[in-house]
Design a protein around this ligand. Structure first.
Ligand code: ATP
Length: 446
């Protein structure tokens, strides 16, 4: 593939491209927006959906030892008491005594307010769970929470899943879905928001085998990012120090990515031991142990958890794909996505909007779209349309011109990375596209 000319992109450039091309918009923009809440537009939704589908395929569909669930966001409030979230899912909050701005104490670089240099008051613990009430009456008796993680649904459904699937250890339960955290200082675009989507998997295993599985899932995740195009030099594994481990974890490792503002966590892979199952056994009074037939023994499984953010991963794919090539008049902005991550794989473009070319281009489009996620675009000049497709990272553009309809029934395929154009008979088009996509997959996987 063409070597990238750009090493890093700044966040402002990404935010403005995202808006201009329909990746990500500010939530409720016409009302001035809602702090750190974002909406995915027509192009961004395809990107995020690809990220989620590729994860689901690698994690669930391609494996015999992981199954999926899709649990409700609202859960019994005791779940969050047992998990420790009610008592300890909090961050230290400090307030400036002068301007009253609030900050997360552990993220501050100085002891004075960054805004006005005022002094801070005493820190207090601020619980990050959003509360609401179930039923028509608001009272303390019917307080429930928007889930701050998807993981707990896998623990409380452990027995249901195990008995219905008859899975033996080791096996995992995966889920994707929304989580909510009332973050004190959200920011950096979609990196830290109050509503976000997680992709988590709880892998239940025999105690004693947990450390090996922990390593396995760290490698698995690294491979997943690399094989979908994130550059190796932008990824790193960071083991947690003992004093930063969450309350449930025996060992945790982050996979960090070099975002435009610096290194940040994409995913945490934790060894959660038997902490959660035991906590739920105690609070619910239900037995969540496992009978190991081979060992003729009953025990509570250990759990290793890869916990990834769909929005953060999508942002990493976007940031890493961004490239700019210097041109004669203006530079060419191109997103060099892996072809399976790219929002659209193909664009079909009639050379001009015309009563001869448009129907033929539509016919070609109808064939190609049955196999590849394809856009049809006949607005504006062909040069502008190529530029637009480059800016949303479409790997291949198929152009229908006058020769197509008048003489050769062939079309031109333009490759995003090599910029090569090849002429291909319409009859062989799907195969020819497929061959180029296969090659681009190979080129982009690290
Ligand atoms: P951080 O240290 O950045 O606050 P965390 O360690 O609390 O994150 P986890 O509880 O491990 O995060 O959640 C797993 C994953 O969910 C994170 O790696 C991240 O990708 C995603 N995630 C967590 N919080 C947010 C958020 N506020 N906005 C977007 N994604 C998030």
């Amino acid at each position: 593939m063409a070597a990238r000319t750009l090493k890093n992109v700044d966040l402002e450039t990404l935010v403005s491209l995202s808006k201009r091309r329909g990746f990500i918009f500010q939530s409720s923009e016409i009302y001035g927006g809602l702090g750190s809440v974002w909406d995915y537009g027509p192009v961004g939704v395809e990107l995020k959906r690809n990220v989620k589908d590729l994860w689901w395929k690698a994690m669930v569909r391609d494996r015999d030892d992981v199954v999926g669930i899709d649990a409700a966001i609202l859960m019994h409030p005791d779940v969050w008491v047992a998990s420790g979230h009610v008592s300890s899912f909090s961050d230290p909050l400090v307030e400036c005594t002068n301007c009253h701005r609030r900050y997360r104490e552990d993220q501050l670089e100085s002891e004075a307010c960054p805004e006005c240099e005022g002094e801070f008051g005493e820190p207090r613990q601020f619980n990050l769970m959003f509360e609401t009430h179930i039923g028509p009456v608001q009272s303390d008796d019917n307080t429930i929470y928007l889930r701050p993680e998807t993981a707990q649904a896998m623990f409380v459904n452990f027995q249901n899943v195990q008995t219905t699937t008859r899975k033996k250890l080791p096996f995992g339960i995966a889920q994707q879905g929304k989580s909510f955290r009332n973050e004190i200082t959200p920011g950096n675009f979609t990196f830290r928001t109050r509503e976000f989507e997680q992709m988590e998997m709880e892998f239940f295993c025999t105690p004693g085998e947990d450390e090996e599985w922990h390593r396995y899932w760290i490698d698995f995740s690294m491979n997943w990012y690399r094989s979908h195009g994130l550059r190796a030099e932008k990824l790193m594994v960071r083991e947690h120090e003992a004093d930063e481990l969450p309350h449930y974890s025996k060992a945790s490792a982050d996979i960090d990515f070099e975002f435009p503002w610096g290194w940040g966590e994409l995913e945490t892979i934790s060894n959660r031991t038997d902490y959660d199952l035991k906590a739920h056994m105690e609070r619910s009074g239900k037995d969540l142990s496992y009978f190991d037939q081979e060992k003729n023994e009953r025990y509570v499984p250990f759990v290793v958890e890869p916990a990834m953010g769909a929005d953060r991963s999508a942002l990493a794919f976007l940031a890493d794909a961004y490239d700019e090539e210097p041109g004669e008049k203006e530079s060419r902005v191109v997103l060099r996505f892996h072809p399976d991550v790219a929002p659209f794989q193909v664009a079909v473009l009639p050379l001009s909007r015309n009563e001869k070319l448009t129907p033929k281009a539509r016919e070609v489009y109808d064939t190609v779209r049955t196999v590849f996620n394809t856009q049809f675009d006949d607005a504006q000049s062909i040069g502008r349309r190529y530029r637009r497709q480059d800016e949303i990272g479409t790997p291949l553009c198929v152009t229908v011109d006058f020769e197509t309809v008048e003489s050769d029934d062939a079309v031109t395929i333009r490759n995003r990375d090599s910029m090569e154009q090849v002429r291909v008979p319409v009859a062989n088009l799907v195969q020819a596209i497929n061959d180029q996509i296969v090659q681009m997959r190979k080129d982009s996987a690290g």
